[in-house]
Design a protein around this ligand. Structure first.
Ligand code: NOJ
Length: 512
């Protein structure tokens, strides 16, 4: 059973480097987040996910943790983060930190001890082979960097050695089984990290690469799932309200091993990417694109309905506008298209996530890589608050900014959208207010697709509410009985008569 506070939760993801800088050093900080809590609350978000803010050499923007229990000085002190938890809680906002359990930085003290030739308590904390030169099949490895005459396995970048939770199938003498005391010690060390933050007021974790713990051939993730189940037992006993969201995108697995939520990610060719990011081929067939040559909501639903049907009583699928690894949706969608896309995302079951800046349609920037971001860097630029210095992000020098702000003359800002009642920002506010007002739009209310034909509006049911969206440029009609119902939210136009529901061009409606 998922944590009950999630029933009406809407998350706001904050990339801390880029949100709000209060000490003019060009990089965001905890105080900056504290000062914007009212803005976040006013938007309709009542929970935060903050990307890793721990001490780190920042070769992967903080996903290379050097000390799990100490925050990076660039954001403030541990006390500042505890104060952020407190201030958020006073406003009814829950806070998830990012847990990176699969790897650390190569500069973590555990790794330095593990790399020593002399055996010690950390020798098996990471995955080492028994040969100075030979690696392991199908897994990236590094040799020649340590005193220890062995190579070590990586989880992601070169700077991120894999922590050792054991192997599901052993075919080499250096591979340890998952119940080896040293693999159990890794798991217990991660529980210790979780306890540390939870007891200081954090409300749970977004878990990085949740599927990556136990190594091969754990294809069905039996070994990794067992680790999470064990961790969930600890949470149920000690922190029953803690919430966990997996970066896994396999809800049938994740929601069965103790996760409350699992992200539906934009993995290539999966259903989610067909909604807003279907531009890998020659034409852009994104469902929400007005001129999509081939629009088909089934491409999303075929996966979603299967997952939802299987997991709706176990936990939540989290739909997101974007995240720090994904191209912002403004890349290929205009404001009117975004309004409809968000209307859909925020009226679906589960727990939605809004990536900072997507509420004003911040653009994806074509800029050089920073801290291991590569193409992702373009989605990590500073939040655009107003027309002032550095668009209100920082009083510092432009040359010191973590990343450049959107240079365009028409860069969207919170300030300029505040004054336009028709802006994306106001639409997001109204949509989230509606979600909080109507239990039938929240996490648990039943979902059913009612009309999914390609030349018709997509019509769906949430609890007793009827919803319809038409992203195309022409009015479309569906054979759905809606007479007698009242529209409680409309973008564009919609009307019902004679057993037909007509949804105007680029329109969305919620009928009660
Ligand atoms: C997924 C994170 O979201 C991403 O930013 C990071 O680079 C990798 N995991 C490695 O931790």
């Amino acid at each position: 059973m998922a944590a009950t506070w999630l029933k009406d939760a809407v998350f706001y993801e904050i990339y801390p480097q880029s949100f709000n800088d209060t000490n003019a050093d060009g990089i965001g900080d905890f105080q900056g987040i504290i000062e914007k809590l009212d803005y976040i609350k006013g938007l309709g978000c009542n929970a935060l996910w903050i990307n890793p803010c721990y001490d780190s050499p920042f070769k992967d923007a903080g996903y290379d943790v050097r000390d799990y229990k100490k925050v990076a000085p660039r954001y403030g002190t541990n006390e500042d983060l505890y104060r952020l938890f407190d201030e958020a809680h006073k406003k009814g906002i829950h806070v998830l930190l990012d847990l990176v359990p699969g790897h650390t930085s190569e500069e973590h003290a555990w790794f330095k001890a593990s790399a020593k030739a002399e055996p010690n308590a950390f020798s098996n904390r990471y995955i080492w082979t028994n040969h100075w030169f030979m690696g392991c099949k199908d897994m990236p490895y590094i040799g020649g960097e340590s005193e220890r005459a062995a190579t070590y396995i990586l989880n992601f970048f070169k700077c991120q050695p894999a922590l050792n939770y054991g192997f599901y199938r052993i075919d080499q003498p250096w591979q340890l089984p998952t119940d080896h005391p040293d693999c159990i010690a890794t798991r217990e060390a991660m529980k210790d990290v979780m306890r540390f933050w939870l007891s200081h007021g954090c409300d749970g974790f977004r878990v990085d690469m949740a599927a990556s713990l136990v190594k091969y051939d754990d294809e069905r993730k039996t070994g990794t799932s067992a680790v999470w189940r064990n961790i969930r037992e600890m949470l149920d006993e000690e922190f029953p309200d803690a919430a966990m969201v997996a970066e896994w995108s396999e809800p049938k697995l994740a929601l069965r091993c103790g996760y409350d939520m699992d992200f539906y990610l934009n993995n290539h060719g999966n259903g989610y990417s067909t909604l807003m990011r279907d531009y890998d081929e020659d034409t852009d067939n994104s469902y929400f694109r007005k001129d999509a040559p081939h629009r088909d909501i089934r491409r999303f639903l075929n996966v979603y309905e299967d997952w939802y049907g299987d997991t709706k009583d176990l936990g939540y699928i989290s739909l997101l506008t974007c995240n720090h690894d994904t191209v912002r949706p403004r890349f290929n969608l205009g404001y009117d298209e975004l309004k409809l896309a968000y209307a859909f995302l925020f009226t679906m079951p589960g727990v939605p996530f809004l990536y900072y800046g997507d509420e004003i349609g911040m653009r994806y920037q074509q800029i050089p890589t920073k801290e291991g971001g590569y193409f992702r860097t373009g989605s990590r630029t500073p939040m655009q608050w107003n027309g002032g210095r550095n668009l209100g992000f920082s009083d510092g020098d432009e040359k010191d900014l973590y990343l450049p702000v959107d240079p365009s003359a028409d860069a969207p800002t919170v300030e300029n959208q505040e004054t336009d009642p028709d802006s994306l920002l106001h639409t997001v506010r109204k949509l989230l207010a509606l979600r909080h007002q109507e239990t039938d739009l929240q996490a648990d209310a039943a979902f059913e697709a009612l009309c999914t034909e390609q030349d018709k509006p997509f019509v769906y049911r949430r609890g007793a509410l009827l919803l319809a969206v038409n992203p195309s440029g022409e009015a479309l009609t569906a054979p759905v009985q809606a007479a007698g119902r009242k529209a409680i939210f409309t973008i564009g136009t919609a009307s019902a008569a004679n057993g037909q529901l007509t949804v105007g061009p680029q329109s969305f409606v919620v009928l009660k």
